[in-house]
Design a protein around this ligand. Structure first.
Ligand code: NDP
Length: 384
């Protein structure tokens, strides 16, 4: 039996992970499950999977979680410190699916444990990629990407890292694939959240519509795989059947195909280095018809050139990019700015960013706070 933990168990990736674990109770012993505000779901998951420990990120929810798990034998913890402490509870495999910048410190703590770390939290790689990679290397932690594109790339490379010529990230194009720039300027949060292919949380769905999500994935690719920014391409593929491709020095291209279902990359990471049956729809090429591709228009999706700039800048620019993007998204959700203003804010904040090599966690946290406050001030003064 393998000991496993799931951080962010109550979220979209977490629920899919729990679904796979629940199907094989004889194979996995669950050490830790963590959540945030959804105490009912966290308690249910902890009971169903007979977890040893359940942790909510919020101190004030301790009593509610304790009450929900009364008589279950599950140990209960709460608060930020408890999350970091739970990251040190031994497990062979850990899913890190906490959302947002709050996930970076947890990823670093998990990377110190020397287990297999299945990483969904994008912000860890974008804000602290170099630091996380160094920590994994120092403690012998195996990092497995869970984002569907990076799982696809990892599988396509298949150990032939030195022969990689280009990495081609696919993007669905989201709900504004055929929208005019004017329509995008006027887009509402309700329109932006309606992703055509993937069923995801609100924030990541809007990031997909603006392609800030793809921009994050470009930076993640740069951190995870040994390539230069110029070797990373983005292509729009509206059907979301090809999850990404790798071109090799001999001109061959390997593509990873499958239905859009997060249980595919989660299951790959869970079963790695083996493969195991997964409850996924099988592709029927007769029904698929055609797969189409076209390059993204950077006028409509300015997040893409911004990601290229971040990869060239290095240092703290990833943390600044992510913080400004998150702050701009909050402002868009509050209807204080328009859809394309998000990229204008990020660009302005990035312009005044200092670069530097190999930042520490403290420097990243300070850069994050500073970029958020600058993004907020920009909105107030309308200097966008
Ligand atoms: P969700 O918002 O659905 O879930 C996030 C999880 O983190 C929940 O368990 C939530 O608890 C918990 N959480 C929220 N705030 C905090 C906090 N401050 N401290 C600790 N835990 C917290 O996110 P997703 O599952 O969609 O995404 C998780 C990560 O994976 C993100 O970084 C995302 O970019 C990435 N990702 C997501 C994909 C997807 O398909 N959804 C695909 C690829 C990557 P609660 O809900 O109980 O409040």
């Amino acid at each position: 039996m393998r000991r496993v933990s799931v951080f962010g168990a109550t979220g979209s990736v977490g629920v899919n992970t729990v679904d796979l674990l629940a199907r094989r109770p004889d194979d996995f012993q669950v050490a830790v499950l963590t959540g945030g505000r959804n105490i009912t779901l966290l308690a249910q998951q902890a009971r169903d999977l007979r977890a040893e420990v359940a942790v909510t990120a919020y101190d004030e929810l301790l009593a509610e979680l304790r009450h929900a798990l009364a008589g279950s034998g599950v140990r209960v913890m709460a608060g930020r410190g408890a999350l970091l402490e739970a990251a040190t509870i031994p497990a062979d495999w850990v899913m890190q699916a906490v959302v947002g910048f709050a996930g970076l410190e947890i990823s670093l703590k998990l990377a110190e444990q020397g287990a297999t770390l299945a990483l969904a939290n994008k912000e860890s790689l974008v804000c602290g990629g170099a630091l996380l990679q160094q920590t994994c290397a120092k403690h012998g932690t195996r990092l497995l990407p869970v984002d569907s594109e990076h799982s696809a790339i990892y599988q396509c490379i298949g150990g032939q890292d030195r022969e990689v010529e280009r990495i081609i990230l696919t993007a669905s194009g989201g709900p504004f694939l055929n929208a005019s720039r004017d329509e995008m300027e006027r887009a509402t949060p309700e329109q932006a959240v309606a992703h055509p292919n993937w069923d995801m949380g609100q924030r990541i769905s809007i990031d997909s519509a603006s392609m800030f999500n793809k921009a994050m994935e470009m930076i993640e690719t740069f951190v995870l795989f040994d390539v230069t920014p110029k070797q990373i391409e983005v292509i729009i593929h509206p059907q979301s059947i090809i999850h990404s491709m790798v071109g090799f020095t001999d001109g061959a291209i390997m593509a990873h195909l499958g239905p859009p279902d997060m249980r595919a990359p989660i299951g790959f990471a869970l079963n790695w280095p083996d493969r195991h049956d997964l409850p996924l729809e099988r592709l029927d090429f007769g029904k698929l018809g055609q797969l189409t591709f076209h390059p993204p228009c950077t006028d409509h999706f300015p997040a893409i050139p911004l990601a290229e700039r971040v990869m060239e800048m290095g240092g703290l620019s990833g943390a600044v990019f992510n913080a400004a993007k998150e702050q701009a998204l909050d402002l868009f959700l509050a209807r204080e700015i328009g859809f394309l203003d998000m990229a204008r804010i990020v660009e302005t904040v990035l312009e005044t960013t200092q670069t530097g090599d190999d930042p520490t966690l403290d420097a990243i946290i300070a850069a994050d706070a500073e970029a958020r406050s600058r993004a907020c001030r920009l909105d107030r003064t309308k200097h966008v």
